[in-house]
Design a protein around this ligand. Structure first.
Ligand SMILES: [Zn+2]
Length: 1014
C-alpha cells in the first residue's frame, strides 16, 4: 500500500527528530521459515591462489598496482566482523591462504577463530589447498591437493568440509563430481560455469539444481547434488556489492542523514529473490554475497547485510537469513524433492556463441608438462620417503607437495595467469623438486648400501639426477669413461608391477658399453644427437642454468631396462675399447623422392612406412594383426584477433580460430632415417620451426612421436595454434572418446550435446575437449588411440581423424581478466625468442575392443616414468658394496594388471597413507573390468600391519562413517545398476578388493619397518 505524501512527510520528520535512530539493534537471528521464500545470504570471498599476482603477493597485499587485493585483510577483518554479531556467518575456501594466515596468528586470535568454527560462524568449504582446475589436472593431483587441505582442517580444528565449491573453474569434470565430491564425502557441489545454451535451457526448466550421476561404473551410488548458480558467484542483480570502494548504494537507515533508502534497498532485494525463485525449485535460494578478493574490510559488507536481513524480514515478503552452503544444502535435502539427473560432464564451456573456453586446455604447454612431471616425481619420492623412513629434520617432500597443490589452481596449470605468476609457480615447483631430489638421492643411497638393513643415517654413495634429460642435458652421463671409471645407473620403478622399458642418456663417446647387475652385457644402441636436439639443449641450458654446458654429448646411449615392482635395478655404463653399435644413418633428399623409395622402419612387430617426403602412410602390427593406412601431419589455426564489431579474440582462455592452414614438409632439410637394434627413428625438419622424430621400438607395439615446435612465428601479426593431426580410414561416425582427468573415458559426438539441441557457432573450438590421458576413435574393426604426456586440448574434427593442439602463441588478450596476450618467450644472453615446446605423444591401432589394455597400462607408465639416478665410480666393484636389485614387495608378487598404487606416503604422525586404484571402468575390457584383489602382506612383506583403517578419498574420516552420513538426494530415476565394490578389509587377511574404477584409501600403521632387499 502506498503511503500518502503527508503521512510520509510526518514519518520522515518524526524519524528525523526522534531519538530512536541513534542505535538500532538489527535482528539478524532469523532462521529458515517454512512456507516462505528463504533467501540464504552466504558471505564469501573468492581468493585465487595466484592469477594476476602471485599467491604470496595476494596474501600480503603487495603489487597492488595490478590488483588491489590482500587476503590478510580479508581474514583479519573477518575476525572483528564475526565478533560483532554471533549471527553473522562467513565461509572460507582456499587453505593455501588460510594456512599462511593461521601460522601467523596469536594464541588469542586462534582461540577466537576456533570458537567461530565450533559455533558454525566460520565454515571451511571445499577445503583443498586451492580450488583446483577441472580440465587440465590429473586425478592424482586433485586427490593430493584436496587431501593436504582436508587433513589440515581435521587435525587443527577437528572439522570435515561438507560442501564442494568449485565456483570459478572453466567447465566441470565427471571426476570432480563422483570422485572428488561424492567420495570425499561432500553432500553437494556448487559452481556456475556451464555452457550458456545449456544454462538458458536449465533456467527455463528449473534444472539448475540437479543430481549429477557422473560415473558410468558407479551409477546412482555416487550421485551428488549439484547446484549451478544462475548467473555467477557474485551478488544477485540489483547492486549488492559492499566493498569500501564499490558503487552499489549502501543501506542508509539513519533518519538523521540524507538519502534514506531502506525501502528501495528492500525492494531491490525482494525483486532479486523473486527472480531467482522463478528459476529455482523449492522455496530456498542462495545469494552468493561476495566475489574475488572481497571482504578486505569485512565490516563494510556485514553492516549492509545485517540491515538487509533486518529490514527484509520486517517487510516480510521473503525470509532472509545468514546462511552457509551447508545450511542451504540441508534445506534443499529437507525439501524432499526429486531432482533431475545430469550425466557425463560440463565440457566444453562457452559463455557466448564465439567464446569457447577450450584454448586453456593447451595454454602454457611447458608449465603443464612441468606440473605433470613433478606430480610423478612426487609420487615416487613419497614412496622412497616411506621406504627409508620420514626424517624429522628433512629433507622431505612437503615443499614439493605445497608447490604442486598450488599449481593445480584454476589459474595455474590452466595457463590463464599472468606471465610473472606462471614463473612463480614454476619456481615453487623447482624449489620443491630440489628438496625432494635430496630426499630421493639419499634414500636411494640408503637402499643401495647393503650395510644398512634397517634404516640408515649416513649413506655415502652420491647420486645425481637429470631433470633436464628432456633437452638432452645430463652432466653425470656426459663424463669421460675412458680411464676405468664407470657409471652406476639406478633405475627406480614406482609402479606396482614389473616393467620393461627403454632408457636413453646422452654420452660423449661411442666407446661405451652397458652391463646389468650380473655383469652381463646389455644390448645397447647409439644414436647420433642431431643438431635440432643440440640447439634445444644449448639455448635452454643457458636459459635455465645461466651457464653453457662444458661437454657436448655426441650420442644417445639407448638400452633396455627391466625393473621390479616398487623397486630398482642397477645398470652400469663403462668405457669400452670397441665402439658401441651406432645406428645406421640414411639421409634422404626429397628430390630423390618417388613412390619407389618409400622408407620402412620397425624391427619388431610394428612396421611403419613413410613416403620419400617423410609422410607416414602405413601402420602394421604383426602381433595384433593390424594393418591400416595412416597419416600424420601438422596444421595451424590462425587466431582471431577481434574487431570492433566482433571483439572476441582467441586468448589464454578462449580458442577462436580464424582459418586453418596445413603445414607441409618444406624439404629444405633432408629426411634422416636412423636404424638400430632397439629403435628406428625418422627425423624430419618439417619447416623452420617444427622438428619431428617418429620412433618404432623393436619391443613395443606403438609409435612414439616426439615434436619440437617453436618459436611459432608471429611477425605477420597473427597468433597461431599448432595442431598435430592423425588420420585413418576408421569410420568413427562423429564419435570419439576423451578421458576425464586421466580416469573415465567419456563419449563425445561432434556438434552434439546429449542434453540440449546445440547451435553450432564454432565447429572446431566447440568440439574441443580436455585430454589428460588420451583420446580414441573406433569403428567395427579397429580403434585408434593417442596418449599424451601432459594436459592438451584435442578433438576429432573429421571421421577417422584425431587432433591434438600442442602449442599456441597469441598476440591479443581475450578479455577474461588476465589482460595479457599469451605470448610466451624465453630470454638468454642471445636474446628473446618465442617459447619452444618439446613433447611426446603415442599412437596405436588395435583391433576393436582391444585398446583399453594399452591405454590403461601404458598410460600409467607415461604418468610414472622410470626415475634415474647416476653415481660415478672410479673402478671397484659396485656389487660388493651395494644392493643392485631391490623390490619393496615380495619378489614373487606384483599388483594385478588392473590396479595402480596411487599413494604410498609416510605421514608426520608415523602412520602411512595408502591408496590403490582400479584402472578400468565397467565393461571397458573383457578380462580386466573385474574385481581385483591386492595382498597387503605380500606388498609389504617385511612390515607388520598393526592397524588399518579405510578412509574416504581425502583421508579425513572413516569411509563407512562418511557413507552413512552423506546425504542421498532423491533423483528422477533411482538407478538399478549392480555396482561392484570391494568388501571391508579383514585386518588378519589384509586383502584389498577393488571393483572397476574403485579407489580405496587407507591409513595404515606398521609396527616395525625392515627394508627388504633381494
Ligand atoms: Zn578464480
Amino acid at each position: 500500500m502506498a503511503m500518502a505524501p503527508l503521512l510520509l512527510f510526518l514519518s520522515l520528520s518524526l524519524g528525523y527528530f526522534g531519538v530512536d535512530s541513534a542505535y538500532i539493534a538489527y535482528n539478524t537471528s532469523q532462521q529458515i521459515v517454512a512456507g516462505k521464500l528463504n533467501v540464504h545470504v552466504v558471505a564469501h570471498t573468492h581468493d585465487d591462489v595466484g592469477w594476476l599476482k602471485t599467491v604470496d603477493q595476494y596474501y600480503v597485499g603487495s603489487n597492488n598496482s595490478i590488483q588491489g587485493a590482500c587476503v590478510q585483510n580479508v581474514l583479519d577483518s573477518m575476525v572483528t566482523a564475526l565478533l560483532k554479531d554471533k549471527n553473522r556467518k562467513f565461509i572460507y575456501v582456499e587453505q593455501a591462504f588460510f594456512q599462511r594466515w593461521w601460522r601467523q596468528q596469536s594464541e588469542m586470535i586462534k582461540e577466537t577463530v576456533k570458537g567461530f568454527i565450533d559455533s558454525g560462524q566460520l565454515e571451511f568449504i571445499n577445503g583443498g589447498m586451492c580450488m583446483h582446475d577441472e580440465a587440465t589436472v590429473h586425478y592424482i593431483d586433485m586427490i593430493d591437493q584436496t587431501t593436504l587441505g582436508h587433513r589440515f582442517i581435521k587435525q587443527e580444528f577437528g572439522k570435515i568440509p561438507r560442501i564442494g565449491w568449485q565456483i570459478d573453474p572453466f567447465g566441470h569434470s565427471s571426476v570432480q563430481a563422483y570422485l572428488l565430491s561424492a567420495q570425499v564425502g561432500f553432500d553437494a557441489l556448487y559452481f556456475f560455469r556451464i555452457d550458456y545454451q545449456d544454462k538458458n535451457k536449465r533456467k527455463d526448466l528449473k534444472e539448475l539444481e540437479v543430481v549429477w550421476r557422473a560415473s558410468k561404473t558407479f551409477g546412482s551410488s555416487l550421485d551428488i547434488f549439484s547446484g549451478i548458480f544462475p548467473k555467477n558467484y557474485e551478488p544477485p542483480p540489483g547492486d549488492f556489492y559492499f566493498e569500501v570502494d564499490d558503487k552499489s548504494p549502501v543501506v542508509q537507515d539513519d533518519h538523521l542523514l540524507f538519502d534514506y533508502n531502506v525501502q528501495e534497498r528492500v525492494d531491490d532485494f525482494v525483486a532479486a529473490a523473486l527472480a531467482q525463485a522463478n528459476i529455482t525449485r523449492t522455496n530456498h535460494v542462495m545469494f552468493t554475497m561476495g566475489t574475488d578478493f572481497k571482504y578486505q574490510y569485512a565490516e563494510s559488507w556485514f553492516r549492509n547485510l545485517d540491515k538487509l536481513i533486518h529490514y527484509v524480514n520486517k517487510d516480510g515478503r521473503v525470509n532472509a537469513l545468514y546462511s552457509t552452503p551447508s545450511i542451504y544444502t540441508d534445506a534443499k535435502f529437507a525439501a524432499n524433492e526429486k531432482w533431475p539427473i545430469k550425466t557425463d560432464d560440463f565440457f566444453p564451456y562457452a559463455d557466448n556463441p564465439n567464446a569457447y573456453w577450450t584454448g586453456y586446455f593447451t595454454s602454457r604447454p611447458a608449465l603443464k608438462r612441468y606440473v605433470r612431471q613433478m606430480s610423478a616425481y612426487y609420487l615416487a619420492a613419497r614412496q622412497l620417503e616411506f621406504l627409508t623412513g620420514r626424517s624429522a629434520s628433512g629433507p622431505t617432500t612437503d615443499s614439493l607437495a605445497d608447490a604442486l597443490a598450488i599449481a593445480q589452481h584454476h589459474d595455474a596449470v590452466s595457463g590463464t595467469e599472468k606471465q610473472h605468476v606462471a614463473n612463480d609457480y614454476a619456481k615453487r615447483l623447482y624449489i620443491g623438486y630440489a628438496e625432494a631430489e635430496k630426499l630421493v638421492t639419499s634414500s636411494l643411497a640408503c637402499l643401495t648400501e647393503s650395510s644398512s638393513k634397517i634404516g640408515c643415517s649416513n649413506p655415502t654413495t652420491k647420486f645425481e639426477q637429470c631433470p633436464l634429460l628432456n633437452i638432452s642435458y645430463c652432466p653425470p652421463s656426459e663424463v669421460d669413461l675412458s680411464n676405468g671409471k664407470f657409471l652406476a645407473v639406478v633405475v627406480y620403478n614406482s609402479l606396482g608391477w614389473k616393467r620393461e622399458d627403454v632408457l636413453r642418456v646422452p654420452v660423449v663417446s661411442q666407446y661405451v658399453s652397458v652391463q646389468d647387475s650380473e655383469g652381463r652385457e646389455v644390448e645397447s644402441q647409439l644414436l647420433p644427437l642431431t643438431n635440432a636436439s643440440l640447439r634445444l639443449r644449448r639455448q635452454h641450458v643457458k636459459a635455465y642454468l645461466g651457464t653453457s654446458p662444458t661437454a657436448t654429448p655426441k650420442y644417445w646411449l639407448i638400452f633396455p631396462a627391466s625393473v621390479p615392482a616398487l623397486g630398482f635395478s642397477t645398470y652400469f655404463i663403462s668405457g669400452s675399447t670397441k665402439s658401441g653399435k651406432v645406428a645406421s644413418l640414411e639421409t634422404l633428399y626429397p628430390s630423390q623422392g618417388s613412390t619407389m623409395n618409400s622408407v620402412a622402419i620397425g624391427k619388431g612387430h610394428l612396421k611403419l612406412l613413410f613416403n620419400a617426403n617423410g609422410g607416414l602412410y602405413q601402420y602394421s602390427d604383426g602381433k595384433n594383426l593390424v594393418n591400416a593406412g595412416i597419416g600424420q601431419t601438422y596444421k595451424f589455426y590462425s587466431s582471431y584477433n577481434g574487431s570492433n564489431t566482433d571483439p572476441q579474440a582467441s586468448g589464454a582462455y578462449i580458442f577462436r580460430p580464424d582459418g586453418t592452414y596445413p603445414i607441409e614438409y618444406e624439404g629444405t632439410e633432408p629426411l634422416m632415417v636412423m636404424k638400430g637394434s632397439i629403435v628406428d627413428e625418422v627425423h624430419q625438419q618439417i619447416n623452420p620451426w617444427i622438428y619431428q622424430i617418429t620412433r618404432a621400438y623393436k619391443s613395443k607395439e606403438y609409435l612414439e612421436t616426439e615434436f619440437i615446435v617453436g618459436p611459432i612465428p608471429v611477425q605477420d601479426g597473427v597468433g597461431k595454434e599448432v595442431v598435430t593431426e592423425i588420420t585413418t580410414n576408421i569410420a568413427s561416425n562423429k564419435t570419439f572418446y576423451t578421458d576425464s582427468n586421466g580416469r573415465d573415458f567419456i563419449k563425445r559426438i561432434r556438434d552434439y550435446r546429449k542434453e540440449w539441441h546445440l547451435q553450432v557457432d564454432q565447429p572446431v573450438a566447440g568440439n574441443y575437449y580436455p585430454i589428460n590421458l588420451g583420446i580414441y576413435i573406433q569403428d567395427e574393426s579397429k580403434e585408434l588411440s593417442v596418449l599424451v604426456d601432459r594436459s592438451v586440448g584435442g578433438s576429432s574434427i573429421a571421421d577417422g581423424q584425431i587432433e591434438l593442439m600442442v602449442h599456441r602463441r597469441l598476440l591479443v588478450d581475450d578479455d577474461r581478466g588476465v589482460d595479457e596476450a599469451l605470448n610466451e618467450t624465453v630470454c638468454t644472453s642471445y636474446g628473446c625468442a618465442g617459447l619452444v615446446i618439446q613433447g611426446k605423444y603415442y599412437t596405436r591401432i588395435d583391433p576393436v575392443g582391444e585398446g583399453a589394455k594399452w591405454r590403461r597400462t601404458f598410460g600409467q607408465e607415461i604418468y610414472s616414468p622410470l626415475l634415474l639416478a647416476f653415481s660415478e665410480m672410479d673402478g671397484g666393484n659396485w656389487g660388493s658394496s651395494h644392493v643392485s636389485n631391490f623390490t619393496a614387495m615380495d619378489p614373487s608378487y606384483s599388483l594385478p594388471d588392473n590396479v595402480a598404487l596411487v599413494t604410498l606416503e609416510a605421514l608426520e604422525d608415523g602412520s602411512v597413507l595408502l591408496r590403490l586404484a582400479h584402472l578400468y571402468e565397467v565393461d571397458e575390457d573383457k578380462d580386466l573390468s573385474v574385481m581385483a584383489s591386492v595382498n597387503l602382506k605380500k606388498m609389504f612383506p617385511d612390515k607388520k600391519v598393526s592397524k588399518i583403517v579405510e578412509t574416504n578419498l581425502s583421508a579425513n574420516q572413516e569411509r563407512y562413517e562418511m557413507e552413512k552420513k552423506r546425504l542421498k538426494f532423491k533423483a528422477a530415476d533411482t538407478g538399478s545398476e549392480t555396482i561392484t565394490r570391494g568388501s571391508p578389509v579383514d585386518p588378519s587377511e589384509l586383502i584389498v578388493e577393488l571393483g572397476p574404477m574403485e579407489i580405496r584409501t587407507f591409513i595404515v600403521n606398521f609396527n616395525y619397518i625392515k627394508l627388504h632387499k633381494s
